[in-house]
Ligand binder design. Structure first.
Ligand code: ZN
Length: 285
């Protein structure tokens, strides 16, 4: 008899305890719901507030092409007619107030022979090309580009080279147009004077995405998924980003996310891994 009473008492105690636990749980749940409610029913925001979320607050980039489909047919500019946007006022210079001299050697005449350093053809503001130098587009560079474009397609990036070889005469037209529009100083930061353009070597490829013309010859290309893919993979096909960010003092040009130069795989690998410019690699700064 005694035993069964004991048992009953214990089970009563137990059910009391259970009731209390349930009550606390319900109260906690109600509290939680109210709390989430005050955060506009945004669970992620609530978790973030509680320091429980480890989600990156950075929003994922929109998938390539999702935003500029409506512009597709608007401007089918022929190759090499794409004009780079005038450079934004640089906020990075600051340190010294000496005006940017364009990087050219004053009074320099165009040479009669192109310059090769370590068997690499160089064309920059210190090493111009002869007016008569007209090799056309490099077949080797074109083949490498096509191979690269084929692999990019597997990641759904449809790459195109919208400007490659440019003759001396064409550069005359182009440069003069930019000077008329933006003035010499601005034009010198994004366009080469005739004889100084790497496009005259036939080894420079301005790369963009088919149907995404608004990013052609624009720094915005570097922020697209295709631009990032190219930056990470071009060296495997022998291409280097020729004018990287923060290297204007060395290369003579502002950052050009679209301008790639073919140098062949071994050298491209080295330049990429060391994160240097062609000038630094060749030791001709
Ligand atoms: Zn270019």
């Amino acid at each position: 008899m005694k035993r069964s009473q004991d048992r009953r008492r214990t089970s009563k105690k137990r059910s009391k305890g259970l009731k209390a636990t349930l009550l606390i749980a319900v109260a906690a749940l109600v509290g939680l719901i109210i709390w989430i409610g005050t955060n506009d029913w945004n669970v992620e925001k609530t978790l973030e507030q509680a320091g429980l979320s480890n989600t990156d607050s950075e929003k994922p980039e929109t998938s390539p092409g999702s935003e500029d489909k409506e512009e597709e047919d608007e401007q089918n500019l022929p190759p090499a007619e794409v004009e780079p946007a005038p450079p934004e006022e640089s906020t990075e210079k600051g340190e010294d107030d000496t005006p940017f001299d364009g990087g050219y050697v004053e009074g320099q005449q165009l040479p009669s022979e192109p310059t090769y350093v370590k068997d690499i053809l160089i064309a920059n503001k210190k090493y111009p090309l002869p007016e008569t130098f007209a090799p056309g587009e490099s077949k080797e560079a074109r083949a490498a580009f096509e191979e690269m474009a084929a692999e990019a397609k597997l990641s759904s990036f449809n790459l195109t080279a919208f400007s490659t070889y440019r003759s001396y005469d064409y550069q005359v037209t182009l440069y003069n147009r930019y000077v008329d529009r933006d003035g010499v100083e601005a034009a010198d930061r994004y366009s080469a004077r005739p004889g100084y353009s790497e496009h005259q070597t036939g080894l420079a490829f301005d790369i963009g995405e088919v149907n995404h013309e608004k990013h052609w010859a624009s720094s915005s290309f570097g922020t697209t998924e295709a631009g990032k893919w190219l930056l990470a993979n071009a060296h495997r096909y022998g291409f280097i980003l020729r004018y990287p960010n923060h290297k204007e003092e060395i290369t003579g040009y502002m950052h050009e996310a679209w301008h790639y130069r073919y140098v062949g795989k071994p050298i491209a690998e080295q330049i990429f891994k060391k994160n240097i410019t062609l000038e630094e690699y060749l030791g001709i700064e």
